[in-house]
Design a protein around this ligand. Sequence first.
Ligand code: ARG
Ligand code: ZN
Length: 852
Amino acid sequence: QTIRLSDYTPPAYLVDEVHLTFRLNPSATRVTSRIAFRPNPEARERRFKLDGEGLKLIRAMIDGEPVTPALSDAGLTCDAPDAPFTWEAEVEIDPEGNTALEGLYMSNGMYCTQCEAEGFRKITYYPDRPDVMAVFTVRIESDLPVLLSNGNPVERGEGFAEWHDPWPKPAYLFALVAGDLVNHPGRFTTKSGREVDLNIWVRPGDEGKCAFGMEALRASMRWDEEKYGREYDLDLFNIVAVDDFNMGAMENKGLNVFNSSCVLASPETSTDANFERIEAIIAHEYFHNWTGNRITCRDWFQLCLKEGLTVFRDSQFTADMRSAPVKRIGDVITLRARQFREDNGPLAHPVRPESFVEINNFYTATVYEKGAELIGMLKTLVGDDAYYRALDLYFERHDGQACTIEDWLAVFEDVTGRDLAQFKRWYEEAGTPRIDVEESWTPGAPGAQGGGTYTLTLRQHTPPTPGQEVKNPRVIPVKVGLIGPNGDEVAETRVLELTEAEQSFAFEGLTAKPVPSILREFSAPVILNRDSDAAERAFLLAHDTDPFNRWEAGRALAREGLMAMIVEGAAPDRHYLDAIERVARDETLDPAFRALALGLPSEEDMAQALFDAGHTPDPQAIWEALDALKSARAHAMQDIAATLYDAHQVRAPYRPDAEQSGARSLANAALAMLGRLDGGARAQAQYDAADNMTQQLAALTCLVRANAGDAAVQAFYDQWRHDRLVIDKWFGLQILNAEPARAVEVTRRLTQHPDFTLKNPNRFRAVLGALTAFPAGFHDPSGAGYALLTDWLLKLDPLNPQTTARMCSAFETWRRYDADRQTLIKAQLDRLLAQPGLSRDTAEMVGRIRGN
Ligand code: ARG
Ligand code: ZN
């Protein structure tokens, strides 16, 4: 059944107050609810209808009188007064039997909840929609030592605890946690003097992995006060780490629940990248307290209202905490890998979708990451000052409300007087715009210094996406600067506002034809097409003042060289090798930036680029070209690689900050080059000496790639077998670094390992997700990769539809491959669709991927 944005109707009844009592029992938890309803004056019809799924109704009463509601799979309806009344119900649920990890479930003996988007209906009957906001009081009865819910503690006694959350909230922000947990405490004083107790709750044994998360939380709280004027609003803020969790983390009011992989950190067990990600996710969930909780979404079509904005805010935070250019480059790499892929395939959908079958399928890169890009473009278009004034107005006007994208755009219109009707297309139309660039140069009159005019003509078009044939021109902020022939910047960055299908922009007063630096900072999520040559790319890589475009020039050089290797059988490009060596040697450049510049386009990037250029990508050929380029580069750069490796060894005690992690990433990039030449000798030495996971894992990866890793792989397992997060890495790296022809076999072998389990999404993703992240292995011409993935998706679906459905996106690019591969994939898609009882989640995903 398809739900549509255009069918939105206001709720028939509103809720003022909710009282919940949980009598916890692993297989038979009783939940009693007392809910104060009142008719919604804005409603068009007065039907009393509550959502509920998988609940055993024990009894129900309205104003103290027993009632017999009409029950269905999706909930109940009942005659109800056209006046305020009290609903009471008791239901029974089975947390232990809940393998979907949605609603109330158990993970390693602890009770926990995940309600976003529609999980609360698996806990009790309720109007489970975000525009119904209520004040919750929760009583938990259990002998477990730690009993937590949202808000502030009211009473704690023998075998029970009571909690009260004074802030009205939708049911998706409800949370409950109970278990044998220990806490890492902290404190924060808000700028107006509120003393807040902070806790990170973990299973005994994980206490030593909380300190970094606590500091990240305190930094986030300070940052939101300073940057957005947002203060925390309760006396307590709890974070809980849960091992079995479908996603990263969840912003429940005052009780954030985290996948343990997104909060637990220690130098011995976490890489630098893990630390950075943990800091960002803690910030993200904390920032939701204002952008998501105090101001929430009217309906799930507005998901980007909270997610796009909160991702944008957490990116700003990371940019401030670490290096802004490095953060931007990293964000663009993931945007292209995940969102462009989505936007250019069968799952393309607008940032604000117009229909869905299962909302869990729309927690996508488009809603999150493209949603964040839209906020960034808006900020570029209106300017920083107007942006922060609009945000102040948003918080003032909409605090306590459930809002829409229209509300969001209206604050910008009111603050700036600007008409954002055209900008709104970004929310409504799917697809990645292409911008084609043409340039012309008119020299000044002879003898007239500086009379030259350089003109850029930009043309935009967006290819059709499923269900949206016609695309309209968007407003696209294109940041441009000009570099003169001697390498100096002759025109500083300015924002060109492209609003038409085609538009020209003139730069006057120039003495010589410049080289343009277009789309600086990646100022819009578009694909820029511009004919250029290797010499010009190398020039920009050497001279651009915009770090993003400098990196981009190197990336384009690498991509074009790889294309020539794959399509024409060319040798590795000398321009690239020379230019990249100059960057690597440039001591004025940040080591983290140099490490990024040494990165190569991913196999996925190359497949898309080849497809866009009219070729059928061959995953094995792509892998081989990348391998050949890496070897050529290792040979060309062996001296500098050894120098870089030695010069960037960190001697100081481990810190996960930008400076040290930048040095380690450059040293490890050098190690990877050297590993191609020395058979893994240096990597073995680094492995043996490593005292932190970044160094240990980089060395192990290098050894496996050099086919010299067997002993280290076993030693690593023996060392870390007790630590599930580290063992997840162990599983993944063996697949990701296998020979392509062996990847499926390695994956199959690892699914037989005693530590492999369907019950834990992290472990499932570590194994099957690794295979799908390795195109040359997954797309084995035999189809064995497709069949293996499908075997496991079919096993997982009855237990955990959400994680199954998400992983189906491995097939979303199928139409770009050759006919044989398409046939093989189609057979697996059909096999999935033919499965009796396939979940709604998976059925929707596979149906959309397959098309008709
Ligand atoms: N709101 C959470 C976050 O972004 C994610 C919830 C994901 N929910 C889901 N059903 N996939 O922080
Ligand atoms: Zn979020």
